[in-house]
Design a protein around this ligand. Structure first.
Ligand code: FES
Length: 195
């Protein structure tokens, strides 16, 4: 989703936002305390939203399936998926690279924090589905090989228009180029580095 709630044209591009939680009458956004646009997001203030953009999360959680979520930044982009998986009876493990207020998370989520590659190596054998909040580097990608077919990477970079017009969110997937705002934002891991 694209959000705009500050006056003027600086920053020029709308902000790419992901709901941290869905509620009966809306959703929760999470923004870092150092975000320069935060002071403009006050109660009652009008917020211009575009979206949702792209396709639904392609992962279909099932009972007793182990879903691994790998977060190189704040995990809020993955939390709705984690909630959906838990509600479906799946087991969820969250691998975190950075500190996060863990008491705000569902207690049913198993949480591990540390260096992602080490954590992934320790947990890959148990995982049946995996989702990353970034495009994986070579080491992570190599470690993910056994589960690539059940994995997705989240495109979180800039999405200027969100409607397929500017081509700025083009990502090479296998032999073709896809638009993250139309075909994503979750992209199949099995094809991300396919030659
Ligand atoms: S953001 Fe413009 S084409 Fe995707």
């Amino acid at each position: 989703m694209l959000a705009r709630y500050w006056p003027g044209i600086d920053p020029y591009l709308s902000k790419v936002v992901f709901p941290a939680a869905l509620t009966s009458d809306g959703f929760v956004l999470e923004l870092p305390a150092e975000d320069p646009t935060l002071p403009y997001l006050t109660p009652g203030k009008e917020c211009q939203l575009t979206g949702p953009l792209g396709q639904p999360v392609p992962i279909r959680p099932q009972p007793n399936v182990h879903l691994l979520l790998i977060c190189s930044r704040s995990p809020h982009t993955m939390l709705p998926l984690a909630q959906k998986a838990l509600d479906s009876g799946a087991d969820v493990t969250l691998l975190l690279e950075h500190p996060y207020p863990l008491n705000s998370l569902d207690t049913r989520i198993e949480i591990r924090r540390g260096e992602l590659l080490t954590l992934l190596t320790d947990h890959i054998d148990w995982a049946e589905q995996v989702c990353l909040d970034c495009m994986p580097g070579a080491d992570l990608y190599a470690t993910l090989q056994p589960i690539l077919r059940n994995g997705y990477a989240l495109f979180t970079e800039t999405i200027p228009c969100g409607i397929g017009a500017c081509q700025s969110c083009a990502v090479q997937i296998g032999k073709t180029c896809v638009l993250a705002c139309i075909n994503g934002p979750f992209l199949p891991l099995s094809k991300v580095y396919e030659q």
